[in-house]
Design a binder for this molecule. Structure first.
Ligand SMILES: Nc1ncnc2c1ncn2[C@@H]1O[C@H](COP(=O)(O)OP(=O)(O)OP(=O)(O)O)[C@@H](O)[C@H]1O
Ligand SMILES: [Mg+2]
Length: 358
């Protein structure tokens, strides 16, 4: 007899604090045998006022806190605890391999081994690591995924929560969140080498994973803003109009013929950044193969981006759908909205999954 079982009563919502918009996902986990499935119980989207967050730095905390309070109010989420993610230049992720020791010796050994891999002063960062055993690691060794986040960056975000009516309970990395989301939503990628590229407004997160564990992570300071900025400059438009033009909408006095070369130019730059990232990964990996690319984030909505990427990288490319495996009650949620906005919720979905699993 199979039965469904609610895992936890203490719910945690996943909140993606992006520079363009906030995204919130709340899930109900259900255990069926060894597998956990998820039901959507809360969803929210809230634009962030222009330039309140610039390249990951909070410039106007009042505006961001207002948006945070509003997203929870609008989505009627009662949950007070929130998991959030960080990314960008204040975050370092490295994967190293160390000799397998007894659990008691392991901690000290890892702390010693990871020191040279952190380019920051150890007092200035929060360190964390995760031990992984994977098919491509020899049995006498273990992989260690090391994460360092600058305390200054964490405090900036924690300060937002102290001013809002929610509290932060889990900090994750945006890049780990997108991987968790893809793994929960696509069984077919659990035994493959995949690159997930989450293209936001100011940051592009790249995660390369094998057998579901991250082998390489890089955050590139590049995103949709670069497209909008160049359109503004080249076509002499205001921000709102440039945003519309970028999304393929008709704007008076602007011809698509004028827009195309501008978009192409920035797309070249984006492809070049991704290519450099792949080359760097391949130069340091024993087997640098990548089977598939999954795209997410708002900028993954760019016209024809799937074709452009599959031609450029000569591999299958698809847009990640973070709701692929999620049970959704169509009486409670607007399925059209979810279908249109799906790739934007990849980080928030991963944060929510991590939260219920923790
Ligand atoms: N249809 C579309 N075509 C092209 N770009 C789009 C489209 N829809 C949204 N975008 C762009 O996606 C970006 C927002 O994506 P997203 O919500 O993933 O960013 P964010 O998480 O808020 O930002 P970041 O993480 O970089 O701080 C904006 O630059 C926006 O203009
Ligand atoms: Mg983002």
């Amino acid at each position: 007899m199979s039965f469904l079982d609610v895992l936890k009563k203490n719910k945690v919502a996943g909140l993606d604090i992006g520079s363009f918009s906030l995204k919130m996902v709340e899930l109900n986990p259900k255990k069926k045998g060894n597998e956990t499935s998820y039901e959507l119980v809360g969803l929210g989207y809230e634009p962030v006022p222009y330039q309140s967050i610039v390249e990951g730095t909070i410039m106007d905390s009042t505006a961001v806190v207002d948006a945070m309070n509003h997203i929870f109010y609008e989505s009627k989420t009662k949950t007070k605890k929130v998991s959030f993610g960080v990314s960008g230049s204040s975050v370092i992720v490295k994967r190293i391999e160390v000799q397998k020791l007894t659990p008691a010796e392991m901690h000290e050994h890892i702390l010693w081994e990871i020191r040279p891999h952190i380019p920051f002063n150890p007092d200035e960062v929060n360190l964390d690591y995760q031990i992984i055993e994977s098919n491509d690691i020899p049995p006498d060794r273990v992989g260690v995924i090391l994460t360092a986040v600058k305390k200054e960056k964490l405090n900036e975000y924690l300060n937002l929560f102290s001013l809002s009516d929610r509290s932060a309970s889990i900090v994750d990395l945006d890049s780990f969140a997108i991987l968790n989301s893809v793994m929960a939503n696509y069984e077919m990628y659990r035994d493959k080498s995949i690159a997930i590229i989450n293209i936001g407004a100011s940051i592009t997160n790249v995660v390369i994973a094998k057998f579901g564990v991250p082998v390489f992570v890089r955050d590139i300071a590049f995103g949709g803003n670069h497209f909008t900025d160049l359109i503004q400059k080249e076509l002499n438009l205001k921000y709102e109009k440039a945003e519309s033009v970028k999304k393929g909408r008709q704007v008076e006095g602007v011809s698509q013929a004028a827009v195309k070369p501008v978009l192409d130019l920035i797309l070249e730059e984006l492809k070049s950044e991704v290519r450099k990232t792949f080359e760097f990964y391949r130069s340091n990996a024993s087997d640098g193969s990548i089977d598939n690319i999954l795209l997410s984030g708002g900028t993954a909505n760019l016209n024809q981006i799937v074709d452009i990427f599959s031609k450029a990288f000569d591999m299958p490319v698809e847009i990640a759908n973070p709701f692929n495996n999620i049970e959704i009650n169509s009486k409670k949620f607007d399925l059209e909205f979810i279908k249109d906005m799906a790739p934007v919720f990849n980080v928030a979905m991963g944060l929510a999954i991590r939260a219920v699993g923790d």
